[in-house]
Design a protein around this ligand. Structure first.
Ligand code: 6PG
Length: 495
């Protein structure tokens, strides 16, 4: 009997689509699902007549594979992944490979990698982005694990991955153990940011009196061939907003409830940012906005209790569309700058050794955040790998410098009309904060902390010298004021 090149466990939509994708590239794929009904249905329908072999127990599945065995899990993250790994172990030998292609938490992936490495089993935790269509026709793939493990799967991944406009496959070795799943998590966090930013602009347009189809036309224009905003998410916004509701004249978007659910990767992004002390206000705003969206009852109650009355927008609509376009682009740069800063911090903290330029390259096609814009990010990091922040890349810095007033204007006008713009304003404030040599709020709170808790403070050189005061050894000097003593003497803290 013919042996299979790879096995896929989990016959939900992503597992099925990946199996078909692999088969279409000439691989023989063995498939398995916990409940056999799904496997049967798949084999009798979509997989009919294809080099896809149905198996109904794990021993059979492993037995049918060429060695070293390659088994890809496409199951729900968490316990199901551990259960399958546990069950597979009895049939695997050192040198075999397990791949987890779900949206797993990266710390679980680190743990699983370590546990399996002790038994000689190779492990790849990989992000697979692009939804059903991507998995079927070409996803972006973000694998992390042993280099040697990646080499076993590299050919298959390169064959099935999306190809960017220059023909390069959207897959690259991301780094050790949890690196691939971490990068996929941040991809999703950035995805949340993009979606929220677009949503706020669309909602603003709606509030100034535009109809869904008008807004769809604007989005279609913003997705034009050479437009800086051109991206998959803008494209599907344009496409979906024209759909009518139930054969009526109403648009579906006007009937869809304002509740955005989420499965966890956005929250993990924010949790990681909190853990690693990296501010990502736009992505946090996106998560918080989804949370607020889910509290529909509370919002319905509050809208009755506290009626915020703001004037209708009376300015020039066309002018506002132009402003919103550039404002959205700046907000997007800011959001990506935050996500990348988080990747860099994690790279250090977890020894992922991430290459930002190459990650942006993987994201150019196949994934949900795919956009021309990612090419610019790659170029920025190729020419300056040690960029302190994406906003410092000359092309982006120049655009932001010339156009930031438009983002200020957008946020101002939105607020004046009573339209919330949490992510847009967070993007703006991130830029304002990161370019402040002195943050006045921080000066005030540093003093307050010392006042109520004797927590100490650092000093700067003077009104025009924002640099920290250092001692002769180059260490930051720390001070404390005795606030309750007469004369409030200040002393230097020496440790
Ligand atoms: C992708 C998507 C995919 C999925 C998310 C959605 O890259 O293909 O991000 O992973 O659609 O899980 O996440 P939420 O359900 O949290 O919005």
């Amino acid at each position: 009997m013919e042996k299979a090149d790879i096995a896929i466990i989990g016959m939900e939509v992503m597992g099925r689509s990946l199996a078909l994708n692999m088969e279409s590239h000439g691989y023989t794929v063995a498939v398995y699902n916990r409940t056999s009904e799904k496997t049967k249905t798949f084999i009798e329908t979509m997989a009919k007549g294809k080099n896809i072999i149905a198996t109904y127990d794990l021993k059979e599945l492993v037995g049918i594979l060429k060695s070293p065995k390659k088994i890809m899990l496409m199951v729900k993250e968490g316990q199901p992944v551990d259960n399958f790994i546990e069950a597979l172990l009895q049939y695997l030998k050192p040198g075999d490979l397990i791949i987890d292609g779900g949206n797993s938490f990266f710390k679980d992936t680190i743990r699983r990698n370590k546990m399996l490495a002790e038994k000689g089993i190779l492990f790849i935790g990989t992000g697979v982005s692009g939804g059903e269509e991507g998995a079927l026709k070409g996803p972006a793939i973000m694998p992390g694990g042993q280099k040697q493990a990646y080499e076993l799967i590299e050919r298959i991944f390169k064959d099935i991955a999306a190809k960017a406009y220059d023909g390069e496959p959207c897959v690259d070795y991301i780094g050790p153990d949890g690196a691939g799943h971490f990068v996929k998590t941040i991809h999703n966090g950035i995805e949340y940011g993009d979606m929220q930013l677009i949503g706020e602009v669309v909602w603003f347009f709606k509030n100034v009196g535009m109809k869904a189809d008008e807004i769809a036309d604007i989005m279609a224009e913003w997705n034009g061939k050479d437009d800086i905003l051109r991206s998959y998410l803008i494209e599907i916004t344009a496409d979906s907003m024209k759909k009518k509701h139930d054969g009526s004249d109403e648009f579906l978007v006007d009937r869809v409830a304002d509740i955005t659910r989420m499965k966890g990767t956005g929250t993990w992004t924010v949790q990681s940012a909190l853990e690693l002390l990296v501010p990502i206000p736009t992505i946090a705003a996106a998560v918080f906005s989804r949370e607020m969206s889910q509290d529909k009852d509370l919002r319905l109650t509050m809208a009755k209790k506290l009626k915020i009355r703001m004037p209708q927008y009376s300015g020039d609509k066309n002018e506002m569309i132009k402003i919103a376009h550039d404002a959205l682009y700046i907000a997007k740069i800011s959001s990506y700058a935050q996500g990348i800063a988080l990747l860099q911090a994690a790279s250090k903290a977890y020894n992922f050794d991430l290459n930002i330029g190459r990650i942006a390259k993987v994201w150019r096609a196949g994934c949900i955040i795919r956009a021309q814009f990612l090419d610019e990010i790659t170029k920025a990091y190729e020419s300056e790998p040690d960029l302190p922040n994406l906003l410092a890349a000359p092309k982006f810095a120049d655009f932001v410098d010339k156009n930031i007033r438009k983002l200020v204007n957008f946020v101002e006008v939105a607020h004046q009309c009573g339209v919330p713009a949490l992510a847009m304003s967070s993007s703006l404030d991130y830029i304002l904060q990161i370019t402040s040599p002195v943050m006045p709020s921080a000066q005030v709170s540093a003093l307050q902390r010392d006042y109520f808790g004797a927590h100490g403070y650092f000093k700067i050189g003077g009104p025009n010298k924002p640099e920290l005061l250092l001692n002769e050894q180059g260490k930051v000097r720390e001070f404390h004021t005795e606030w309750l003593l007469p004369g409030r003497p200040e002393k230097e803290i020496t440790k």
